[in-house]
Design a protein around this ligand. Sequence first.
Ligand code: PSV
Ligand code: MN
Length: 430
Amino acid sequence: MSTNLIDAGAIAAHNDTLLSQVGSDYAHLGEQLGRRGIDIERVRARVAAFGVAIPSWGVGTGGTRFARFPGQGEPRHVFDKLQDCAVIQQLARATPTVSLHIPWDRCTDWSELRQTASSHGLAFDAINSNTFSDQKDQAHSYKFGSLSHTDAATRAQAVAHNIDCIEIGRALGSKALTVWVGDGSNFPGQQHFRRAFDRYLDSAQQIYAALPGDWRMMLEHKICEPAFYSTVIQDWGSSFLAAQTLGPKAQCLVDLGHHAPNVNIELIVARLIAAGKLAGFHFNDSKYGDDDLDAGSVSPYRLFLVFNELVAAAHEGVAFDPAYMLDQSHNVTDPIESLMTSAVQVQRSFAQALLVDRAALDAAQDANDAMTATHLLKAAFQTDVTPLLQRVRLEAGGAIDPVAAYRASGYRQRVAVQRPAVAGGSGGIV
Ligand code: PSV
Ligand code: MN
């Protein structure tokens, strides 16, 4: 398998056409930031060190429970997925890691997979377990739950699967297990809320006990879907209770789409940081529910406000280490284009949050000067950091305009020749 998926010469040729423009835009931005007392080079160094993981399932076309419309050249297996992730990293240079989902990413030789990843310059982030759908030849069904199921044998099967995931993760160099369960109920009265939570805790404790010393267990909450009346790990409160019961290696993962509309996610983030329980993020955007839209495509300001909390905490010396991953469903776009765009959007929000004048904000907050405080945030958010991001990509060997370079490369058309067309029609992952 080639390690140079998009011809480096083609990327260089693409960059050449935009080089002088980026040079003068960057100089101008540097001058503007300089007037605000911000050293653009320091911001650039921090942004260059930032990375967000690609979910292996994100490179396939997504779908809804109504239908899935596969695109051209869909990845056939985990090696194809890795290759698509490598293209994303080659062009956008903001996604050095991949997060696998087991058993969707079946593989007979994990060390070969690890080597392939490393030949692409990629490493593995958190491993995700799946006890929300039944697999072929599975003894017990998850129709009525997994870690919280009323049946002990079903719970044991779900625990064993999570422990398998830890083993796979070890072989790949992962350091975290993300646990999201679809457990819940569809009818009032269907489930005894407290007993279901206790059963979940009991199962989670067994998984926790199998966790290597330097690993984290990231608990992902979700308000609804596939269970539409109640879910066992419904919100950050349930997630926090569970993480606290399990111990220091268990933390709460925030998927931006897993809350009721209008919930103040940045406030949840601040609370979890304060409690030392923020595991990290699954980034996406939403308007109505778990819409899995591209990160920042609807509410970029909300994404910025989340990063504002992260940057503020780091600035104040709080020790924490959030894991960043995209988790979105690409139903109408080429997944590679969406993932590159979202990675850059997340990187952009981080860069903008670095521009907030923290001393002035502290002073405005202390003086109860709401207008100045909010203007300070807006001043950072409204700064166009595009030239800075372009420069970061350029220095790292990526493309100034990743989507344009990708389209010009013909990668999708090339892989479509090797990868057979997939039939559409049925529902896809949600
Ligand atoms: C559930 O909606 C979720 O956000 C979890 O992270 C899953 O692992 C992923 O989506 C799978 O689609
Ligand atoms: Mn998620």
